[in-house]
Design a protein around this ligand. Structure first.
Ligand code: AKG
Ligand code: FE2
Length: 834
C-alpha cells in the first residue's frame, strides 16, 4: 500500500472481518462474484460529434443517434467532441499530482490551494457491508463559473488486492442531469443493460456521456439514467475525471408531457432525499416509486386503521409489482401540482380508472402487454423500462415458441417452427405445417363448450378419455383431451366426469374474464351427446338447490349418486335418464325430498319400488329379489320359443363355439336376442359366460352360434367372461360406490383365481412379461394389489364359483355355483310384471 492511499483496511476493519469470516463458510460466493464482475464485452454506441457541425441531414442523423443511444443505453461515447487531447492530458497530470499527496494532507485540504477544504472524499462512511464500500478517493472541484453546483470530479481507484469483493464504486445512477466522463486505459467501468453488466472499454480519445436522473425525469422516462459501477483493478490504480452537469438547487424538474410519470420536484429536494436515503438504507433509492405521480406521493401510504399522515418505508417496487385487486378505500395527499390552496388539509380519494385497462402477461421474464389505448400502453412501457432493464420487442409476433401473425380479422397463432423441430427430432422431413390457430377480433361474449368422452378407451387402464373444446364467440379458447383419473363403470359416469371437467374449466375462464374486466352476462352452454348426463345435470341443479336449503355446505353433492348426511340421515338417489329410484334412512327425509322433487319437476310417484327398468323387485323377510321374468318372457316370445322344454344349464359342455357353420338366416334377430340376453345378465349372472360367447359372433353369426343362443333361451325359460382383472375392475367400482355412499369397506377385497400363476403374477411386478393374455389388465390390478386394496387368492376347484362365467359346467356343478351366486326363483309373479 502506498503512503498516499486511504487506510481502507484499518478504517473498515469490522466490515472486512465480517465479510471474510462469512466467505469461509460459503466458498462458492467467490467464484460467483468473479464471474459476475468481469462484465460482457460490448461496444457502446460511438458518436462522432463533428457531424453536428455539418448541418442538414447529417446533423439530423447524429441527433437521432444520440437520442436513440440515450433511450436504449443511457450511455454513449463521443469523439471529435471539441476538448483537445492536451487539455485532457493536463487535467489528468494535475489530478495525479493532487492524489499523490500524503493521505493526511488530502484529508486536511492542504494539497491544492485552489481546492475547497472539504473537496476530498474517500470510502463510504455509511457502508454497513463490504459491498457498500467504495474503494476510491475523489476531489470535487466546483466550476463556479459554469454552474453553481456542477463541477469536475477527479477520481482515483487505488489497486485493490481484494477486488472483486469490494467495488471501486458501487452500482448507482447519477443524480445529476448529465455526466461527461474521461477514463484512463485501465478500464473497470460497467453499465447494466438487460440485466447484464457490460464493460465500457477505455478509449483514450473518447468521452463518455451518461444520462442522469434529472434528464430521465425531465424526458418523462424516454432517456434512461442507467445503473453503472466501477470494478477496482487488483494490480493497477485507475484514474477518471467526471464533469457533472447539474442545475441550480432551486430548479424545478418536470416533464412537459401531459401525462407525466414523475411528479414535479426541485433539484434541492431530490439531492436531500438521496442523502437521506443513503443514510437510512445504505443506498440511494433515486427516482423510482418515490417520485412517481402515484399513491406513494410524499413517501406516504395509508394502511387500514392507520392515520394517513403516518410515514412508512418506501415500497420496493420490484416486490410490489402485480399485486392483484385493490379492494380497500385508499386516500393520498394532494399531489404537488393539484393542491387546493383553500383546503390544504384535504386528501384525495383514489378511484379506479374507468375504461383504461391494460393486460400484462408475465412468463418468467417475458412480458406480453396490451392496453385499451396507445397512450396507456406507452406509459406502462416507459414505467417498466424505468423499473426494470428490459428490451421492448415491439408488437407481438413471437412468444413461447408460438408465432403471432396479424391480419384484418384478428390473429393467427402458429407453432410451425416448433412442429418442424419435433419432426426433425423424430427423423421425419418437413411436412405441411402451415396450419395455425385463427383468433378473431370480436366482441362476442358467449362461452360455449363441447364435451365428449370415450368410455374405457384405454386398453391398459380401462380409463376413459374425455375431451372438451371451449369457444368464446368464434375463438377457440381452451381445449383438452385427457385420460380420466378414475375408472368409470358406465358411459354415463365417464361422460359425467368429462362434463364436470369442462364445467370446472369454464368456471375458471369466467372468473378470469371477470378479473380482466370483461365479465360474461350469459350462461355458459355445455353440449354433451349423452342424454342421461343432461338429465343428471338438471337434477343436480335441483339437488343443489335443496341441499343448499336443507344442509350445510360440506354435505353438498359430490357424486351422481347423492347422499345427504347432516347427521345420520342419508338418502340415495339413483337416476336413469328420467327414472328415479329414491331411498332414505328415514321416512321424513324421504318425504321431504319427494315433495321437493314434486315442486321442481312434474313427475308421477310410483310408490314403493317394485319395477324399474324392466326389473321387478320383490321383497321377503330376508330382503329383496330382483327378477327380469317378464323381460325374459318377451325375449322368448321374440325367439318363438315360449313352449320349449327348459334346459338345466345354459351351455353345452361338449361343443366349443368356433368360426365355422352355415350363416344364420336372420342375423338381425340373432343380434337383437343376444343384446337382450346381455341385459338379462343383470339378474342372471349365471348366463354371463355364455351370453358373452354368443356375443362374440354378433358380426357374423353362424348356425352353431344360434344353437348356443337358443340353449341359453331354453335355460332362461326358466355368461360375460371376465378375467381376474375385470373382476377387480368391477369390485373396485363397487368399493368406490360404497365409499361414495358413506359405507366404505375397511378390509381388502378378496379375489379368488383358479391358476396359481395368476396369484403369482398379481403380486410379482416383473414376471408378467411373458403371459400375453394377462397383459392388458395386469398393470392396473397389480397396482391395486400393491396398494393393499385387493388380495388375489388361489381357490380350490370345489369353490370356483367364477367358473360359471368362464366355461360350460356339468349340471351338478352349475346348479351348486348358481345357488352360490344368489340366483333363485322368486316366490310368485308380481303385480308390476303382469
Ligand atoms: O470512474 C468512473 O469511470 C465512473 C465514475 C462515476 O460513475 C461517478 O462518479 O458517478
Ligand atoms: Fe456515476
Amino acid at each position: 500500500m502506498d503512503p498516499f492511499d486511504p487506510p481502507f483496511r484499518n478504517t473498515y476493519k469490522i466490515l472486512f472481518d465480517k465479510h471474510f469470516n462469512n466467505q469461509l463458510s460459503t466458498k462458492s460466493n467467490k467464484i460467483e462474484a468473479v464471474q459476475e464482475v468481469n462484465g460482457c464485452e460490448f461496444d457502446l454506441p460511438l458518436i462522432d460529434l463533428s457531424r453536428l457541425n455539418q448541418g442538414g441531414i447529417e446533423s439530423e442523423y447524429c441527433k437521432r443517434e444520440i437520442a436513440k443511444a440515450s433511450a436504449e443505453w443511457g450511455f454513449f461515447q463521443v469523439v471529435n467532441h471539441g476538448v483537445s487531447q492536451e487539455v485532457l492530458d493536463n487535467l489528468r497530470i494535475e489530478q495525479v499530482e493532487a492524489f499523490k499527496k500524503p493521505f493526511q494532507d488530502k484529508v486536511n485540504g492542504q494539497c491544492e490551494s485552489d481546492f475547497p477544504v472539504d473537496s476530498y472524499r474517500w470510502g463510504t462512511a455509511s457502508a454497513t457491508c463490504l459491498r457498500q464500500l467504495a474503494w476510491s478517493e475523489a476531489f470535487h472541484v466546483p466550476l463556479s463559473k459554469i454552474s453553481t453546483v456542477g463541477g469536475v470530479t477527479g477520481l482515483r481507484y487505488p489497486s485493490c488486492p481484494i477486488s472483486p469483493h469490494v467495488f471501486g464504486l458501487m452500482p448507482h445512477t447519477d443524480s445529476d442531469f448529465l455526466t461527461i466522463l474521461h477514463q484512463d486505459h485501465i478500464g473497470g467501468l460497467q453499465l447494466l443493460k438487460n440485466g447484464k453488466w457490460i464493460a465500457v472499454n477505455p478509449k483514450q480519445e473518447t468521452l463518455i456521456v451518461i444520462i442522469g436522473d434529472l434528464f430521465q425525469a425531465w424526458s418523462n422516462g424516454t432517456y434512461k439514467s442507467v445503473e453503472h459501477r466501477v470494478v477496482a483493478n487488483k494490480h493497477f490504480e485507475r484514474f477518471s475525471t467526471a464533469y457533472f452537469l447539474c442545475p441550480s438547487y432551486d430548479t424545478i424538474i418536470e416533464s412537459c408531457e401531459e401525462t407525466s410519470i414523475y411528479r414535479r420536484f426541485s433539484f434541492k429536494e431530490f439531492k436531500q432525499q438521496v442523502q437521506d436515503d443513503v443514510k437510512s438504507f445504505g443506498q440511494k433509492i433515486g427516482l423510482s416509486s418515490r417520485y412517481k405521480d402515484s399513491l406513494v406521493v410524499n413517501g406516504r401510504i395509508q394502511l387500514e386503521g392507520i392515520d394517513v399522515d403516518e410515514t412508512f418505508s418506501p415500497l420496493d417496487v420490484k416486490n410490489a409489482f402485480l399485486h392483484g385487486d385493490l379492494s380497500e378505500t385508499v386516500y393520498m395527499h394532494q399531489p404537488p401540482r393539484f393542491q387546493v390552496s383553500e383546503h390544504p388539509d384535504y386528501v384525495c380519494l383514489l378511484q379506479r380508472q374507468g375504461t383504461d385497462i391494460a393486460y400484462l402477461l408475465l412468463y418468467v421474464d417475458d412480458i406480453v402487454l396490451t392496453a385499451f389505448s396507445k397512450t396507456l400502453l406507452q406509459q406502462i412501457i416507459s414505467s417498466l423500462h424505468w423499473e426494470f432493464s428490459m428490451t421492448d420487442l415491439g408488437s407481438l409476433n413471437y412468444f413461447l415458441g408460438t408465432y403471432v401473425m396479424h391480419d384484418s380479422s384478428g390473429l393467427i397463432l402458429s407453432q410451425r417452427k416448433y412442429a418442424t423441430e419435433i419432426l426433425e427430432r423424430a427423423g421425419y422431413g418437413h411436412g405441411t405445417l402451415d396450419y395455425g390457430l385463427q383468433l378473431f377480433s370480436s366482441s362476442t361474449t358467449n362461452l360455449v363448450a363441447y364435451s365428449d368422452t370415450d368410455w374405457a378407451g384405454c386398453p391398459t387402464t380401462r380409463r376413459s378419455t374425455s375431451s372438451y373444446y371451449v369457444f368464446l364467440g368464434n375463438n377457440l379458447l381452451s381445449w383438452s383431451s385427457k385420460c380420466q383419473l378414475t375408472l368409470s363403470r358406465s358411459s354415463v359416469e365417464a361422460e359425467y366426469h368429462g362434463v364436470a371437467n369442462v364445467v370446472a374449466e369454464t368456471c375458471w375462464l369466467r372468473n378470469l374474464l371477470r378479473e380482466l374486466q370483461t365479465p360474461l352476462s350469459s350462461a355458459t352452454l355445455i353440449y354433451c351427446d349423452n342424454a342421461s348426463v343432461v338429465y343428471l345435470f338438471a337434477f343436480f341443479m335441483f339437488l343443489y338447490d335443496i341441499s343448499m336449503r336443507t344442509f350445510s355446505p360440506k354435505d353438498r353433492l359430490s357424486h351422481y349418486l347423492r347422499s345427504f348426511i347432516p347427521g345420520t340421515d342419508i338418502a340415495y338417489l339413483s337416476l336413469y335418464v328420467d327414472d328415479i329410484v329414491l331411498t332414505a334412512s328415514s321416512k321424513t327425509l324421504l318425504q321431504q325430498i319427494i315433495s321437493s322433487l314434486h315442486q321442481e319437476f312434474s313427475m308421477t310417484e310410483l310408490g314403493s319400488l317394485n319395477y324399474f327398468l324392466g326389473i321387478s323387485v320383490m321383497r321377503d323377510s330376508s330382503g329383496m329379489i330382483l327378477s327380469q321374468r317378464m323381460y325374459a318372457t318377451k325375449i322368448l316370445e321374440r325367439a318363438g320359443m315360449v313352449g320349449y322344454n327348459p334346459s338345466r344349464t345354459p351351455v353345452d359342455i361338449k361343443s366349443k363355439l368356433g368360426d365355422d357353420g352355415d350363416p344364420v338366416s336372420k342375423p338381425t334377430l340373432y343380434r337383437s336376442l343376444a343384446g337382450s340376453l346381455q341385459y338379462l345378465t343383470f339378474t342372471h349372472p349365471d348366463i354371463s359366460y355364455v351370453v358373452q360367447q354368443v356375443y362374440l359372433y354378433m358380426h357374423d353369426p353362424r348356425e352353431p352360434h344360434f344353437s348356443a343362443l337358443k340353449r341359453i333361451l331354453w335355460y332362461v325359460r326358466e355368461a360375460e367372461y371376465r378375467g381376474v382383472a375385470n373382476a377387480v375392475a368391477e369390485t373396485c367400482w363397487l368399493r368406490n360406490l360404497l365409499r361414495d355412499l358413506h359405507t366404505p369397506l375397511s378390509s381388502a377385497m378378496l379375489v379368488h383365481c383358479d391358476t396359481v400363476s395368476g396369484v403369482y403374477l398379481s403380486s410379482n411386478p416383473v414376471q408378467h412379461q411373458g403371459s400375453k393374455h394377462t397383459k392388458i389388465d395386469i398393470h392396473f390390478f397389480r397396482d391395486l394389489v400393491a396398494a393393499g386394496h385387493v388380495r388375489v387368492l388361489h381357490v380350490p376347484s370345489r369353490y370356483r364359483y367364477a367358473d360359471i362365467f368362464t366355461k360350460g359346467l356339468s349340471s351338478v356343478l352349475f346348479e351348486e355355483f348358481r345357488t352360490s351366486l344368489s340366483v333363485r326363483c322368486p316366490p310368485a309373479p308380481t303385480a308390476g310384471e303382469c
